[in-house]
Ligand binder design. Structure first.
Ligand code: NAP
Length: 286
């Protein structure tokens, strides 16, 4: 069943492709009208989980840009109750640097800001954006558990982690999702056992940068083998990259980014592609 995913060990079902909203707020971002059409197309196509973060913005002075944009669009579309928003905290923006900050006070303050930006009393999924090498992971995750117990967040996720990090976090609380960079050309989460660990522990593995990444997607989708396989399925190379992830495991949820309506509409059609075992093998060795 390629068109739906169950989140973590809950019975919450989502469309098997989420929208990565980051390109709607970084450098080169579209205007508000275009951003609206991207989110609208995603929902019209059946999508119901949007990934964001407080730090998706151009300048450190506009923290919350992406969350505010999503909230406004969902309100205009009257879809706030139908779409799950997954946001993140634990990164500090300073000029061009994205610096992990897993200090409990900082996480709490970031969560408060996200609640305000998203105009909600409770965030559906709150993800630790990255472990902070200077703060014990159990302190950061412990604060997320406090926020959950207070009802400010409903589910806890981790991002940019290894199986060891997840195991440590699981020793203090339930984890719904893990979000790592993962695509046909960057298979580290497969080779180091993170994807398998998530699968075994009923944790949804959210594949970020699933078509190669914000800066690299054009170069990645230019691969000759990918082009040959795309032709065979009458699909775009982007769709094949997403289908490859979907065909791996039921616990994988790709979240392709888009700043154009045509991009997200194309990506969402990847659910209709069932790659043959032979083609999966070929792609596995890319
Ligand atoms: N947790 C983390 O640390 C982390 C890090 C990076 C990203 N993320 C999350 O993961 C999401 C996805 O990653 P990403 O946006 O960096 O990279 P990506 O999804 O690999 O690539 C996004 C870019 O690919 C293009 N694209 C996607 N599908 C396409 C299609 N079917 N046809 C043509 N072009 C297509 C889009 O171009 P256009 O802009 O022209 O539409 C988009 O800007 C982000 O939006 C964010 O939510 C998380």
């Amino acid at each position: 069943m390629n068109n739906a995913r169950i989140l973590g060990n809950t019975n919450i079902e989502v469309y098997s492709i989420g929208l990565g909203a980051m390109p709607l707020s970084l450098d080169g971002r579209p205007d508000q009208t275009q951003a609206y059409t991207v989110i609208d197309a995603f929902i019209q196509g059946g999508g119901n989980l949007i990934d964001t973060a407080n730090v998706y913005c151009i300048h450190e002075t506009e923290i919350g840009h992406n969350e505010i944009l999503i909230e406004k669009t969902l309100t205009t579309l009257n879809q706030k109750n139908n779409v799950m928003v997954a946001t993140k905290g634990g990164i500090k923006r300073h000029k061009n640097d994205w610096i992990p900050n897993g200090n409990p006070d900082f996480l709490r303050q970031s969560c408060q800001q996200s609640l305000k930006a998203l105009k909600t009393d409770s965030i559906f999924l709150y993800q630790l954006h990255a472990p902070d090498p200077y703060v014990p992971l159990t302190d950061s995750v412990g604060e997320l558990l406090n926020l959950k117990n207070e009802g400010k967040i409903q589910h806890i996720g981790l991002s940019n982690v290894t199986a060891e990090h997840i195991e440590l976090a699981l020793s203090i609380t339930q984890i719904m999702s893990v979000q790592n960079r993962c695509n046909l050309f960057e298979k580290k989460s497969f080779t180091n056992g993170t994807v398998e660990f998530c699968h075994k522990n009923e944790i949804t593995f959210i594949a970020h940068s699933p078509v190669g990444g914000h800066f690299e997607h054009k170069q990645r989708t230019d691969s000759p083998l990918l082009k040959i396989i795309s032709k065979k399925y009458d699909a775009s190379p982007y769709q094949i990259m997403i289908a490859w992830l979907l065909n791996q495991k039921q616990s994988i949820l790709p979240i392709p980014g888009a700043s154009k309506k045509s991009s997200i509409s194309d990506s969402m059609r990847a659910i209709d592609i069932t790659l043959s075992q032979e083609d999966m093998q070929l792609l596995n060795f890319i």
